[in-house]
Design a protein around this ligand. Structure first.
Ligand code: SF4
Length: 325
């Protein structure tokens, strides 16, 4: 596949240049062997993606960005998952379609793009018709996205921050900021009219950073993108067995944040109201997470446990039977 290779891997902005075919590992921590942690129907995505039946999600193991608040740390950093072939991945895609998925939702797959493209080709040849969602941190290279783009119908992309300082604290690298705007511009300017939802999470103690982001979004992208604004930051440090497990390498995890109190600094009702007013004023369309004190008490439930067959609350997710023949 022109320009995409595991042998000298530059698939993401980290540009590790390692040979993953001989098990040299870069920042994503993955060789050239496809690895996934979970597949199934999930109803917790934004309505256009979940539909009535749920989105057919496939969570890939590993991640090129190691956010310090990652809710999926078990798979992004701690490597939970199992190896599959490209043919297996193609079969999983078709099975999700058979289960009645509304969309095929590929979660954090940047480091496996060459295999994902091969699997999509195989699945399409066998009748895959589902709209394909690229669900990503936004830490991407435009040169790689432009090759992948013909396979993607829907982008569900994070835009975490436009501040280098905030990116450094929460995303583990200030480099994030250098890449996210070109990615948004690429999606905005290209001729193919894929649908785009941009997710933005309000980080604790970082309301100013969100206000700057809303201002920028409104000025540049609101005509073409929907915004999904999330206000309930979940502190992964609370009751998180993995973070406290001495056998787990958490060198990139939230446990290394010097002052963990920052994580409990949630937005107030007054600030919440101010954000609502701003969305009104800027006439931004999209989805807005409701601030719910009771739900906050249950926050730990929202941290998936990928050691279980169903890592999510039962009402939300139905696992695919993973017996791959
Ligand atoms: S995909 Fe992985 S190995 Fe390749 S450049 Fe990114 S982090 Fe490095």
């Amino acid at each position: 596949m022109f320009g995409l290779s595991y042998s000298s891997c530059n698939l993401c902005p980290n540009d590790c240049n390692v040979n993953r075919e001989i098990e040299e590992l870069g920042i994503c921590g993955q060789s050239d062997k496809l690895k996934i942690a979970w597949a199934g129907l999930h109803k917790g995505e934004e309505p256009p993606i979940s539909g009535d039946n749920g989105s057919g999600m496939i969570f890939f193991t590993g991640c090129s960005l190691h956010c310090r608040y990652c809710q999926n740390y078990q798979i992004s950093t701690d490597n939970i998952g199992y190896e599959i072939s490209e043919k297996d991945l193609s079969d999983i895609m078709l099975k999700l379609q058979h289960m009645g998925a509304h969309t095929l939702n590929l979660v954090t797959g940047t480091h496996f793009i060459p295999s994902i493209i091969n699997a999509l080709d195989m699945a399409k040849a066998l009748g895959l018709k589902l709209p394909v969602v690229w669900n990503s941190s936004g830490y991407e290279k435009v040169s790689v996205l432009s090759i992948l783009d013909e396979y993607i119908d829907f982008y569900l992309l994070d835009a975490k921050t436009l501040s280098s300082k905030t990116a450094s604290v929460f995303c583990g690298t200030e480099e994030y900021v250098k890449y996210i705007i070109p990615v948004l511009d690429f999606l905005y300017n290209k001729k193919r009219n894929n649908k785009v939802i941009i997710r933005h999470l309000v980080f604790p103690g970082e309301l100013e950073s969100t206000i700057k982001f809303l201002d920028f979004f409104s000025e540049n992208y609101k005509k073409k993108f929907l915004l999904s604004l999330m206000v309930q930051f979940v502190n992964p440090y609370v009751n998180n067995p993995c973070v406290n497990n001495p056998n787990v390498n958490n060198s990139n995890s939230i446990s290394n944040l010097k002052d963990k109190r920052v994580l409990d600094n949630k937005i107030t009702e007054k600030e919440y109201g101010m954000l609502l007013d701003l969305l009104d004023k800027y006439e931004i369309d999209g989805f807005f997470q409701i601030m719910d004190e009771e739900e906050e008490d249950k926050e730990v439930l929202w941290i998936p446990d990928f050691t279980k067959k169903n890592p999510f609350p039962e009402d939300f997710a139905t696992p695919l039977n993973m017996d791959i023949s």
